[in-house]
Design a protein around this ligand. Structure first.
Ligand SMILES: NC(=O)c1ccc[n+]([C@@H]2O[C@H](COP(=O)([O-])OP(=O)(O)OC[C@H]3O[C@@H](n4cnc5c(N)ncnc54)[C@H](OP(=O)(O)O)[C@@H]3O)[C@@H](O)[C@H]2O)c1
Length: 338
């Protein structure tokens, strides 16, 4: 009789509108070369422009233990990302604070000059409703013509470069660290030569390089270079970005690869979890995007198992090679990285 009337705890939480955000996250953290830390798993946000959906996704991720959100002005969604973070903090009734969450954004290519960098940065802060960022990146090593929208293009659909070099942009970003607005700075989509250029000229070493890594683009040489130079690797498109609008039916699908499927069966995990685990075991931070609460949680369950050495090695047998983000519209740019 008593048992019949017993309500599970979750229904009490629902009635009280209580949001049980975990105080401690189970996600391990990796130390940057400046001593600060980044959670090894973050939520990607690119390609979701439905504000309500994204707000819920961000809240759902924070509820289930994510403490790292990746964003950028060119995703046109910093407002809902910030909204979701702030709502999760206020609904947590004190168990979640701004300083518990690692927020990344990026300086877009049309804001490369030293005058424009702080403008881009401040706009991001106001969009997100934050007063500092944990990490600010140069989104691509290519400056585009300024003051003509995000994608200034010529009659052939090719981007119009600017003559501002990324070293000028990076110097301006060092000022953001010095005045406390960004805790750390880094780069994204830089190749080895460009990274070496930054290392040779910087005052503040970049803490990370964010670039495409997944089983079809294992990027060993670039990963090794970064790791040898204490530059943390953050992998974007870890699942092969199946929601990209430019996909073609013949493009290989990383989540459907047979070797990965077999490993998923063996470890009783999903292909997505196997790929994310493989990356984490290479000491790479992952930022899978999902707006589906079930998949957000699925992608977080990668710290309760380990691929053995043979299975890590099995990824070397994957023969497909594919870059999902080739950004061909810029292959005319002198600093095109690929
Ligand atoms: N620095 C750069 O230049 C750059 C470039 C690209 C991306 N990024 C960042 O990296 C993040 C991740 O990359 P991405 O969004 O391109 O691609 P991704 O994370 O590889 O793939 C996202 C897609 O996978 C689906 N998905 C998520 N989890 C899944 C699972 N467990 N099983 C099956 N499907 C799953 C998502 O659908 P649902 O949402 O429906 O779950 C979505 O369609 C971006 O969101 C962005 O923050 C940075």
């Amino acid at each position: 009789m008593l048992l019949k009337n017993f309500k599970p705890f979750s229904s009490y939480f629902k009635n009280l509108n209580f949001n049980p955000v975990r105080k401690m996250s189970f996600v391990p953290r990796k130390k940057f070369n400046n001593g600060l830390e980044i959670p090894a798993l973050g939520l990607g946000t690119y390609k979701e422009e439905n504000e309500a959906v994204l707000i819920e996704a961000v809240k759902s991720a924070l509820r289930c233990g994510y403490r790292h959100i990746d964003s950028a002005p060119v995703y046109y969604n910093e407002l809902p990302v910030g909204h979701g973070i702030r709502e999760a903090i206020s609904e947590s009734q004190g168990s979640l604070k701004r300083e518990d969450i690692f927020i990344t954004s990026k300086c877009w290519c049309t804001f490369f000059s030293k005058e424009k960098v702080p403008i881009c940065f401040d706009k991001t802060l106001s969009n997100l409703g934050m007063d500092y960022l944990d990490l600010y990146l140069i989104h691509w090593p290519m400056g585009f013509k300024e003051n003509e929208g995000f994608y200034p293009e010529d009659a052939n659909g090719k981007v119009i470069p600017s003559d501002v070099h990324y070293l000028e942009t990076y110097k301006a970003m060092e000022e953001l660290v010095k005045n406390g607005k960004a805790k750390s700075i880094g780069v994204s989509n830089f190749n080895i030569k460009q990274l070496q250029d930054i290392l040779d000229h910087c005052e503040i070493k970049p803490v990370c390089n964010q670039f495409e890594v997944h089983p079809f683009l294992q990027n060993d040489e670039l990963v090794d270079f970064c790791q040898k130079n204490e530059i943390t690797v953050v992998a974007y498109a870890p699942l092969g970005a199946p929601d990209r609008s430019w996909s073609k039916p013949e493009d290989p699908k990383v989540l459907e690869n047979q070797i990965i499927q077999e490993l998923a069966d063996k470890y009783k995990k999903t292909p997505g979890q196997i790929i994310l685990r493989w990356l984490v075991q290479r000491d790479i931070v992952v930022i899978p995007k999902s707006v589906n609460p079930g998949r957000i949680e699925e992608n977080s369950k990668i710290f309760d198992f380990k691929l053995n050495d043979d299975d890590m090695y099995a990824f070397k047998n994957i023969k497909e090679q594919f870059r999902y983000y080739s950004f061909d519209e810029c292959d005319n740019h002198p600093q095109y990285p690929f």
